[in-house]
Design a protein around this ligand. Structure first.
Ligand SMILES: Nc1ncnc2c1ncn2[C@@H]1O[C@H](COP(=O)(O)OP(=O)(O)OP(=O)(O)O)[C@@H](O)[C@H]1O
Ligand SMILES: Cc1ncc(COP(=O)(O)O)c(N)n1
Length: 267
């Protein structure tokens, strides 16, 4: 069985972070492993507390996995600060991990900080040069590129700038374009642009969409898919999960990780 690793924060509410990643790995039939960078107290209403674990705890978890089990692909999510990012970058180099998906998680839906401002430099200069693909949403792409994104052509310009960091593929997610009838994502391979478009659903149950999307890409890469097929499957997976979103809690409910497999069983 192929293996996938997530290095991210814990969301006790189960909709985002490590919990969303492991559910996605399971649904896409890869063996899931996790390295926790921070514990959050969180629910559908927002983030009530952030408790980082520190670099030693992160490094020891990575070593435990690498020295025994290894992984076929990995993703990073909430990394909290530059010390954790630098430690992870060293380990990715040491273990020659090539299929690294970086979801540059910065701010939660409710506006709470999940990545310290001082860490953005390390993310760009230490982690992105080692990454296979980076999956920013629009505000994250603005932060990484230094330009404002108002329209689709701006996404292309941002992708070009981010690509200069050395990352192989840049996938900018269009989920934050709320007045559009479609959710239109853009992949850039350093030369050409590829669009992934699906229906956009009007729903407040979108907690964990970014985490789920990047872990679906990771699972498919672990199984040997090329980047284009991995992104296409991840897009189908997240679209189904949003369409069948779950009404749990009083705020932004989670997506439904079971929806994609349920549909393929019905077909
Ligand atoms: N309402 C929606 N309907 C359909 N697809 C959506 C919707 N919102 C987001 N998506 C898709 O979900 C995926 C994740 O994108 P999004 O921009 O939401 O990530 P994110 O901002 O990192 O997540 P979050 O907003 O939860 O932090 C993308 O493929 C995006 O196009
Ligand atoms: C621990 C943790 N990690 C990431 C997110 C962002 O979630 P999303 O997938 O919605 O961008 C979150 N809210 N909590």
């Amino acid at each position: 069985m192929k293996k996938a690793l997530t290095i991210a924060g814990s969301d006790c509410g189960g909709g985002a972070g490590i919990q969303a990643d492991l559910k996605t790995f399971q649904e896409l039939e890869v063996y899931g492993m996790s390295v926790i960078t921070a514990v959050t107290a969180q629910n559908t209403l927002g983030v009530q507390g952030v408790f980082p674990l520190g670099t030693e705890a992160v490094v020891r978890q990575i070593d435990s996995i690498a020295e025994d089990m290894g992984t076929d692909a990995l993703k990073t999510g909430m990394l909290f600060d530059s010390a954790i990012i630098e430690a992870i970058a060293e380990k990715i180099k040491e273990y020659h991990w090539e299929k690294t998906v970086v979801d540059p998680v910065m701010i939660a839906k409710g506006g709470e900080t999940l990545l310290q401002q001082e860490a953005i430099h390390a993310l760009k200069n230490k982690l992105l040069p080692l990454a296979f693909i980076v999956t920013p949403n629009i505000p994250e792409a603005e932060e990484l590129s230094g330009i404002k994104i108002h329209h689709f052509p701006d996404m292309k310009e941002a992708a070009r700038i981010i690509s200069d960091s050395g990352v192989r593929y840049v996938m900018i997610k269009g989920g934050h374009h709320e007045n559009s009838p479609v959710s239109r994502d853009l992949l850039f391979d350093g030369r050409n642009f590829y669009e992934y478009t699906a229906k956009r659903f009007v729903t407040k149950n979108t907690h964990g969409t970014g985490c789920t999307f990047s872990s679906a890409i990771t699972a498919e890469l672990a199984k040997g898919a090329d980047v284009f097929d991995a992104v296409a499957t991840a897009k189908d997976f997240i679209t189904a999960a949003i369409e069948d979103g779950i009404q749990i809690g009083n705020g932004h409910g989670p997506t439904n990780h079971w929806a994609y497999r349920k549909r393929s069983m019905v077909k």
